[in-house]
Unconditional design. Structure first.
Length: 65
């Protein structure tokens, strides 16, 4: 479960259903307000990307052939 919490792996839908059953909650409870949270995260990510300039790769003589 730790790898899921750290974002290193994802759960299959079947395993998400098992988690809901283990917690004793309807599956829909796990997905409540998910759309709003996803939009907030997307907006936050877009703001972060707008702030950070992309790193430029330096071309060396070795890269040129």
């Amino acid at each position: 479960m730790g790898t899921v919490e750290r974002g290193e792996s994802n759960l299959s839908f079947q395993n998400i259903a098992r988690v809901a059953t283990t917690l004793g909650v309807p599956l829909s409870t796990l997905f409540r307000d998910l759309e709003g949270k996803a939009q907030a995260l997307a907006a936050q990510s877009a703001a972060t990307v707008a702030i950070k300039p992309k790193k430029r790769r330096t071309v060396t003589k070795r890269d040129q052939g």
